[in-house]
Design a protein around this ligand. Structure first.
Ligand code: KIV
Ligand code: ZN
Length: 521
């Protein structure tokens, strides 16, 4: 394997993924995901869009300070203000990168109302400015796959001459197809002067379900950087999924002789984490990371699998970090055993956190006969009430049945005051949410309510995700409990607490709108 065979993995979960409506992550969650990406060997992390908001700026700066081996990249539109702000955030990194872009297709050129020549000049000036700040500059002609060939070749040459060392070719609307994707990169490399001195990147969206195929075809055409997100998170149908390109290159190395430096055994963990913090669960039959991706349900399959796993498996579950969910322990297990188990599962807990998780583990073991690895993982991930949360559920009681509406009585502590309300609703969850709204009146709209069983059986824990939107602010809450209604109420309150934190940070009457990378200026 030579350097020519190396494909750089550029992860944009925290920028293109996070920018998709509803996938908003908190500051701490962004830092955690960036840490996991860094640890798994992702080459470049696009940490955010620093001009978009104070929050984005702070997250990119802190990720830049913490990064160990990954290059940290920030996004900037083609203007001096964006690029300066981006540099301010990424400059703390050991290896910073500025990624600047402009829409070059006819439809995108019409937005800033620039002529082709004016846009070419803007590209020259902005890439030059970025290059004067940072010696690692990436440039993207947004909607490249719908840009006229002559103009695309012309602006790519300008960006290379102005000092960009990576040229990214985005398929912004998921329009291209594999043969075209390969040809476009091949032709750019063959015909644009200076192309041999830069890395070409591919950035595909999945609107026609071809993002992974298009990315791999681009690599066959000569691209050496794939832009992708964990679980394919992203607007509309999402971006190329990191796990798919990494595993495709591994499993079919015979016909795709390129390699990445990603540690694939870390895939499952980060996939679950991104699903939880983004509130976008992974579909059961999703390639590589779906719950059923390695399940063999039918009789024929099971028989074949028992004889030889390779009958129906082209990769092993452990290759992507999936291990069988083991029985953990029961209610007599001690604190040291719990710490050991958490360490094995990849959680490094301090004494105080262990104390808290031990109490919750004991509560769970009292309710549930058998506690599995997956139960512990759910416990660790649940957005449980923190001591300083303004809203806390103290107790709740629900009456429901076939005879009429359900009724919920919820007791909560709100900024230290104890309040109890009863409400009826269309089912126990609706009644509980109404009682919580009576205690803490709010205008938040419920955008998403999702329930998943962690393990099998009627005593399985339910993990619940709730996404709320209020005045343009979005917050996702999670909880896990053997009682689905309790998990639902706690997830709802978790999301409300997050909205309160976001509102406090924004300040009274402040404009909470954030700039999107589509707001061209
Ligand atoms: O899809 C796209 O074109 C983008 C650019 C900002 C690179 O995300
Ligand atoms: Zn994109």
């Amino acid at each position: 394997m030579t350097d020519q065979d190396r494909v750089f993995i550029f992860d944009t979960t925290l920028r293109d993924g996070e920018q998709s409506p509803g996938a908003t992550m908190t500051h701490e969650e962004k830092l955690e995901i960036a840490g996991l990406l860094d640890e798994m060997g992702v080459d470049i992390i696009e940490a955010g869009f620093p001009i978009a908001s104070e929050g984005d700026f702070n997250a990119v700066s802190e990720i830049a300070k913490n990064a160990q081996t990954s290059v940290i990249c920030g996004l900037a539109r083609a203007n001096i203000g964006d690029i300066d702000r981006c540099w301010e955030a990424v400059r703390h990194a050991r290896q910073p990168r500025i990624h600047t872009f402009i829409g070059t297709s006819p439809l995108h050129r019409a937005i800033p109302n620039l002529t082709m020549d004016e846009m070419a000049e803007r590209i020259h000036d902005t890439v030059t400015h970025a290059r004067n700040l940072c010696d690692n500059v990436q440039w993207s002609p947004m909607d490249a796959t719908r840009t006229e060939w002559d103009y695309l070749a012309r602006v790519v040459e300008i960006a290379i001459k102005a000092g960009a060392s990576t040229i990214n070719i985005p398929d912004t609307v998921g329009y291209t197809a594999p043969v075209e994707s390969a040809d476009l990169i091949k032709r750019l490399i063959a015909e644009v002067p200076g192309a041999e001195d830069v890395i070409f990147a591919t950035h595909c969206h999945n609107d026609l379900g071809m993002a992974t195929a298009n990315s791999l075809a681009a690599v066959a055409g000569g691209a050496r950087q794939i832009e992708c997100t964990i679980n394919g998170l992203g607007e509309r149908a999402g971006n190329t999924a990191l796990e798919e390109v990494v595993m495709a290159l591994k499993v079919r190395h015979d016909i795709m002789p390129w390699h990445t430096q990603v540690d694939a055994t870390k895939i499952m963990n980060i996939s679950r984490r991104v699903a939880t913090v983004s509130g976008f669960p992974v579909q059961f039959n999703k390639a590589i990371v779906g719950k059923n991706a390695f399940a063999h349900e039918s009789g024929i399959h099971q028989d074949g699998m028992l004889k030889n796993a390779e009958t129906f498996e082209i990769m092993r579950p452990e290759d992507v970090g999936l291990t069988a969910s083991n029985l953990v322990m029961g209610k007599h297990s001690g604190r040291a055993a719990l710490r050991d188990k958490l360490t094995q599962l990849g959680y490094d807990v301090g004494d105080n956190q262990l104390k808290d998780i031990f109490v919750r583990f004991k509560e769970l073991a009292d309710r549930k006969k058998e506690v599995y690895d997956d139960d512990l993982i759910a416990l660790m991930r649940a957005g449980e009430d923190a001591e300083n949360d303004r809203l806390q559920i103290v107790s709740m009681k629900v009456v429901c049945g076939t005879g009429g509406p359900a009724e919920a009585t919820v007791e909560m502590e709100v900024d230290g005051a104890d309040i109890t309300e009863t409400a009826s609703g269309d089912g126990p969850v609706d009644a509980a949410f109404k009682a919580i709204r009576a205690i803490h009146p709010n205008e938040a709209h419920l955008q998403l309510y999702q329930v998943h069983a962690v393990t099998e059986g009627t005593d399985a824990q339910a993990t619940v995700s709730v996404r709320l939107e209020e005045d343009g602010m979005i917050a996702t809450g999670q909880s896990a409990n053997t009682d689905t209604v309790v998990a639902s109420a706690k997830a709802y309150v978790n999301a409300l607490n997050r909205l309160l934190v976001r509102r406090d940070k924004a300040g009274p009457g402040s404009d909470t709108r954030e700039i999107s990378y589509k707001d061209v200026s």
